[in-house]
Design a binder for this molecule. Structure first.
Ligand code: GLP
Length: 236
């Protein structure tokens, strides 16, 4: 595990973007596992900036996202598909048909889970997975529980997650109660992992996740077992 302390959020974002940009330069047809939340926004901005300067070419790159709210389609401005288009894909030359986010509105959500796992396998797995971390230690929407859930599955969001994500919605009541998320096995099978965490409120959970016991009660703690994990944090 490599643990890197960033000076501030801009530094964290540049460092994370550097890692992703190196991946795309070295392997232009990389499969990028991507994340939502407020933390990666600066990373995406930096990558867009380097793309505009002609430093990175995403034309052969594919992406697969971690999760989506159940009940929101891609035109809903709170959906993670909308977030990814708006914050990243619409500003670079990745082909939209090569970007994948689980559907939150499939008729058969169980079948959507199976389809998503097959999609990851058909893409040849994930080259680098970008991750944020929730205050309860969730990665994607893998919430604390009795066991690590291996494959793509449906989750009922924890009260703490709903509260944390309410800031993006008009009110807490509007936050969807359920989500679809990539499982721990798919995340752990990514060839590289890049976990980013920003702000004093993330300090305690990051320390527990990377130094504490590995337990499904802190889903991110499993990342300690990954052979190529980089953690970039700024707790200022
Ligand atoms: C959401 C996402 C996670 C993300 C987490 C932290 O719940 N599903 O993938 O890591 O929020 O978000 P933030 O970066 O805004 O703290």
């Amino acid at each position: 595990m490599r643990v890197i302390e960033a000076k501030d959020y801009a530094d964290l974002s540049r460092k994370a973007a550097n890692v992703i940009s190196a991946q795309v330069i070295l392997k232009p047809n990389s499969v990028l596992g991507l994340a939502t939340g407020s933390t990666p926004i600066g990373t995406y901005k930096q990558l867009i900036d380097w793309y505009n300067k002609g430093d990175i070419d995403f034309s052969m790159t594919k992406s697969i996202n971690l999760d989506e709210y159940v009940g929101l389609d891609g035109t809903n401005d709170q959906s993670y598909r909308y977030f990814m288009d708006n914050n990243f894909f619409d500003h670079i030359n990745i082909k939209k048909e090569n970007t994948f986010v689980p559907s939150g509105v499939a008729n058969d959500m169980e079948a959507e889970c199976v389809r998503y796992d097959k999609l990851i396998a058909d893409m040849g797995g994930i080259d680098i997975q970008l991750l944020g971390i929730g205050h309860d230690g969730h990665i994607g929407f893998n919430e604390p529980g009795a066991a690590f859930e291996k494959t793509t599955h449906l989750v009922t969001l924890d009260e703490r997650t709903i509260e944390a994500n309410a800031r993006f919605f008009a009110s807490k009541d509007e936050v969807p109660k359920r989500a679809i998320t990539m499982g721990i096995k798919s995340i752990m099978q990514a060839r590289k992992l890049l976990l980013i965490a920003n702000g004093p409120d993330k300090k305690e959970i990051v320390q527990k996740a990377i130094n504490g016991p590995v337990t499904p009660l802190i889903p991110a703690s499993i990342l300690q077992f990954h052979p190529d994990l980089t953690v970039i944090y700024c707790f200022n």
